[in-house]
Ligand binder design. Structure first.
Ligand SMILES: [Zn+2]
Length: 277
C-alpha cells in the first residue's frame, strides 16, 4: 500500500508510457474500496496479486508520484480484500486530500462514460476504445465519442453585508447554499447566471466576477463559481427547485457548506474574508 497522505502529486494523462510499477484504486458500482474507517487505499501490484479480487476492466488515469495510476473495476461477483468496505465518494468529501478527490472524481466520470458508451449512437454498432486518445471509436465515419462534462454555474449573490442563500427542496433541514444551475446550449456562463438567478429567486444581478471552478462528479458537472452583486427585485423562490430563499447577514448565517467540501462554501468564505479582511 502507498500512504494516502498530503504528499501525493497527480498528473492526469490518457495513455500510459511508463514502465514503473502501478498504483491502483478500486471501484465497484460508484463506490471506492476503503479501509473500514473510510481511509483511502492505494494498492501496489503485489497487494492485488494475493487479494483474490477479480476485475472486469481498468482505466489509466495518469501519474501519481510519477507512477502509472489506474482505477480497477471490481467484478460484481468478486470478493473484496480483507478489512475493507466500499464507500461512496460523497461520504469521503472533505475527509480526503484534494489530490485524491481529483483522482476519484476522474475515475468515476471516466468509468461512467465508458460503461454508458459501448454502442454508437449513429449506427448502433459496438464501439471500441481509441488507441491513442481517451475516446471510443466507431468504424462508421470514424466517429469519436469523448467523455462529456456538463458545465454549471454556481453563484453567490451579495448586497453589502447580506448574502443571498437558498434552500433547495432536496436539502436536509435548514441547510442553505448558493444558487446553481446548468448552462444551456448556446449560453455564456454570465448569461446563465442572470437567467438562473432570475428563474430561481426573481432578482437581477450585476458585476459578475469569476472566482474558480470545481469538478463535481455527481454525475459529471464542472462547477464554475462566481460572485455577483444584487441589482433589483424582491426575492421570490420559484417553489420548484427552491422552496425558501432570503438575505442573510454574514454574521448570522444558517447552516451552509464548508469550503473544504464544495466551491459553494469557498464562495461564501472568500466573500466574508473580503468583508472582514
Ligand atoms: Zn457508428
Amino acid at each position: 500500500m502507498i500512504p494516502a497522505d498530503n504528499n501525493l502529486v497527480f498528473r492526469p494523462e490518457n495513455i500510459n508510457t511508463s514502465s514503473e510499477s502501478c498504483i491502483s484504486i478500486i471501484l465497484r458500482n460508484q463506490e471506492f474500496l476503503t479501509s473500514k474507517a473510510s481511509e483511502v487505499l492505494l494498492f501496489e501490484d503485489d497487494d492485488l496479486k494475493w487479494s483474490e479480487m477479480e476485475f472486469s476492466h481498468r482505466h489509466f488515469l495518469g501519474y501519481l508520484n510519477n507512477r502509472p495510476c489506474f482505477v480497477r473495476c471490481l467484478k460484481d461477483s468478486s470478493p473484496t480484500a480483507q478489512d475493507t468496505i466500499l464507500s461512496p465518494l460523497r461520504s469521503l468529501l472533505g475527509r480526503i486530500p484534494d489530490t485524491l478527490f481529483t483522482i476519484f472524481s476522474r475515475s468515476l466520470q471516466i468509468d461512467n462514460w465508458y460503461i454508458s458508451n459501448q454502442f454508437c449512437g449513429t449506427c448502433g454498432k459496438a464501439v471500441k476504445p481509441h488507441e491513442t486518445e481517451r475516446a471510443m471509436i466507431c468504424e462508421c465515419m470514424n466517429k469519436l465519442i469523448y467523455p462529456t462534462i456538463s458545465p454549471c454555474i454556481i453563484v453567490l449573490v451579495t448586497n453589502g453585508e447580506e448574502l443571498l442563500l437558498a434552500h433547495n427542496k432536496n436539502f436536509p433541514g435548514e441547510f442553505y447554499s448558493t444558487l446553481a444551475g446548468f448552462i444551456e446550449p448556446g449560453e455564456s456562463a454570465e448569461s446563465a447566471i442572470e437567467r438562473e438567478v432570475f428563474e430561481e429567486v426573481s432578482v437581477t444581478v450585476k458585476n459578475i466576477t469569476y472566482y474558480g471552478s470545481q469538478s463535481w462528479p455527481f454525475p459529471s458537472q464542472l462547477m464554475l463559481g462566481y460572485h455577483a452583486e444584487y441589482d433589483e427585485g424582491i426575492i421570490s423562490p420559484d417553489g420548484v427547485e427552491i422552496d425558501k430563499a432570503g438575505w442573510f447577514n454574514f454574521r448570522d448565517l444558517p447552516q451552509v457548506p464548508t469550503g473544504n467540501i464544495s466551491i459553494s462554501g469557498k464562495l461564501i468564505e472568500s466573500y466574508i474574508e473580503k468583508l472582514t479582511g
